[in-house]
Design a protein around this ligand. Structure first.
Ligand SMILES: [Zn+2]
Length: 163
């Protein structure tokens, strides 16, 4: 199971603040611009994903600002305390936001698959898996706007592909 490779390290990184102070880079190397990747990006444009995603993010930040203000004004928390609490309180919201982003990613994978074929999709997922820093699904749900390659290939091809 590749999910275990990220293992203890990935679990530690889910602790609030750790990953925000030392963010894990998106990929370990540049993702090659394959036909599949280009079609996936085209999918985001066709479905107007950026607009919806940014609206979700604005709503998210408005709640965060309200939360910070409430902590400091109503409960007399210091700025530092408010930041710490925000990090804890934000986890479920972030998971929700990412869950929503993931549905967009799956939609675009499907779009790209429909315009190519299984073979192209499979090799694109293999290339992507090589670029990916191994991490668990839980880590991805808390911190990533993209599901792991394992999740994407499972969803799209009914077959887990990983690095
Ligand atoms: Zn995408």
């Amino acid at each position: 199971m590749t999910q275990l490779r990220g293992g203890v390290f990935a679990v530690l990184r889910v602790i609030p603040l750790v990953n925000d102070i030392v963010p894990l880079p998106e990929n370990r190397k540049e993702v090659p611009a394959s036909k599949f990747v280009k079609l996936h990006e085209e999918g985001h444009k066709v479905f107007h994903h950026a607009v919806l995603r940014n609206l979700m993010k604005i709503a998210f930040w408005m709640v965060a600002v309200w939360f910070m203000a409430a902590m400091m004004v109503r409960w007399n928390a210091s700025f530092f305390e408010a930041v710490l609490w925000l990090h804890l309180a934000a986890i479920p919201f972030r998971m929700l936001l990412h869950f929503y982003c993931w549905s967009q990613e799956y939609e675009c994978d499907k779009y790209a698959l429909e315009k190519t074929d299984k073979k192209v999709a499979k090799s694109a997922m293999r290339e992507l898996a090589l670029c990916e820093i191994p991490h668990t699904a839980l880590f991805a749900l808390v911190y990533r706007e993209h599901p792991t390659v394992a999740l994407r290939s499972q969803r799209m091809l009914k077959k887990v592909i990983s690095g």
